[in-house]
Ligand binder design. Structure first.
Ligand SMILES: Nc1ncnc2c1ncn2[C@@H]1O[C@H](COP(=O)(O)OP(=O)(O)OP(=O)(O)O)[C@@H](O)[C@H]1O
Ligand SMILES: [Mg+2]
Length: 360
């Protein structure tokens, strides 16, 4: 193989300070007019962090507030698993569970007050939103209408665990998180059209590329490209760069109809751990600065021809086959599924043995 067939891996160093500048409470305070109304609960208590980290959670049973998540279940044939509970082989390990009403009652009340003030919210910690855990809520989005939904969503998310345990992973000046304070951000819910969200790569104070954030094909985006680029140029050069402490970052924006305003959704580190979506990081790192300061860059969109590449659903690692979900709710279906599984295995074994006979 000739050396030309290799692509050099370009190092993109990132510092702790750069990551810290991308925490919501830091950057949003610089651009309050460009973000949705939000409440940031700072320096979360240790017990709350433990509550988010524990396997499974106990939702608070409050006397005077009703929630579908804590209503008493009336036993009937369909939900009576009493014979499962009696299973002698089940080892029950005693773990001291954290409980909101006992361990962090003040924060619990603050969360309820915030939800009363804002209505439904989209939550996130310092850096990450629980986008991978929407399966746990009935609406299959991050929309939290009540405090129990917040608890369930945050506890089920691996992205939230990343913030709690590996926030500075990959930083050139160390990845120690000792003493790090965590914030919970509650952003007032807005129904956003995912087609109109873009990710913009800014390198050394120049836009070097922008991409659709949702990787589906939308036929109306291409002809609006220049309108989007004008708004992106304006926000990067007139709003973000004059105040942001770093010259390289990845900006997420939202441009709702009628396309005369642009909002900031997030600012992310200019680092490989930020998803480069329709670009590759090597490509972004290799883009040369503009000549004579005349900036031109590509706003990359999904075209009809490349949709297949992105056809797999985001976070699909969290999804399980429908058959399995149904089976877990119904013993008869479990029997059927096991039977089918056995049939498949024996068929596969037969095929393999006839293949090996043919080979010999
Ligand atoms: N106020 C809001 N109301 C409803 N949805 C929102 C709101 N803010 C953000 N979202 C949705 O949540 C998504 C994720 O939010 P955000 O970009 O803050 O998460 P993130 O964890 O930083 O993502 P990434 O890991 O890609 O950087 C956005 O793409 C947007 O679709
Ligand atoms: Mg982000």
């Amino acid at each position: 193989m000739s050396s030309q067939e290799y692509t050099t891996f370009i190092d993109i160093p990132v510092t702790r300070a750069q990551v810290e500048h991308c925490s919501y409470s830091f950057w949003s305070s610089l651009y309050p007019k460009y973000v949705p109304k939000s409440i940031v609960l700072k320096s979360l208590p240790k017990k709350f962090i433990q509550y988010l980290e524990q396997d499974g959670i106990k939702l608070p049973q409050e006397e005077n507030s009703r929630s579908v998540y804590t209503e008493e279940i009336i036993r009937n044939e369909d939900n009576d698993y009493s014979d499962w509970e009696d299973d002698e082989d089940t080892a029950t390990e005693f773990v001291q569970e954290v409980e909101p009403l006992i361990d962090f009652p003040e924060l619990h009340q603050k969360l309820k007050d915030a939800l009363n003030e804002l209505g439904a919210v989209a939550p996130k910690l310092n850096w990450s939103a629980p986008r991978d855990a929407t399966w746990i809520l009935p609406n299959n989005t991050m929309k939290c209408n009540e405090v129990n939904e917040l608890y369930l969503l945050l506890n089920a998310s691996n992205y939230i665990m990343h913030d709690l345990q590996r926030a500075f992973k990959g930083c050139v000046d160390g990845d120690d998180i000792k003493g790090l304070k965590f914030d919970l951000v509650l952003r007032q819910w807005c129904d956003m059209n995912p087609a109109l969200e873009f990710r913009v790569f800014v390198k050394n104070a120049h836009i070097v590329g922008a991409t659709q954030r949702d990787l589906n094909y939308y036929d109306y985006l291409d002809e609006l490209s220049d309108t989007f680029k004008d708004l992106i140029d304006e926000i990067v050069h007139d709003v973000v760069l004059p105040k942001f402490p770093d010259k390289s970052f990845v900006l997420d924006v939202y441009i709702p109809r009628p396309f005369n305003k642009i909002f900031i959704v997030d600012i992310n580190p200019f680092a490989r751990k930020t998803d480069s979506l329709l670009f590759s990081w090597n490509e972004i790192a290799a883009i040369a600065p503009p000549k004579n300061d005349v900036e031109d860059y590509e706003l990359r969109l999904v075209t009809r021809h490349n949709t297949g590449r992105f056809a797999s659903k985001e976070h699909s690692e969290n999804h399980v086959p429908q058959d399995l979900v149904e089976a877990s709710l119904n013993p008869e279906a479990i029997r059927e599924l096991t039977q089918k599984w056995k049939e498949l295995l024996s068929q596969q074994a037969k095929e393999e043995s006839s293949d090996s006979e043919n080979e010999t």
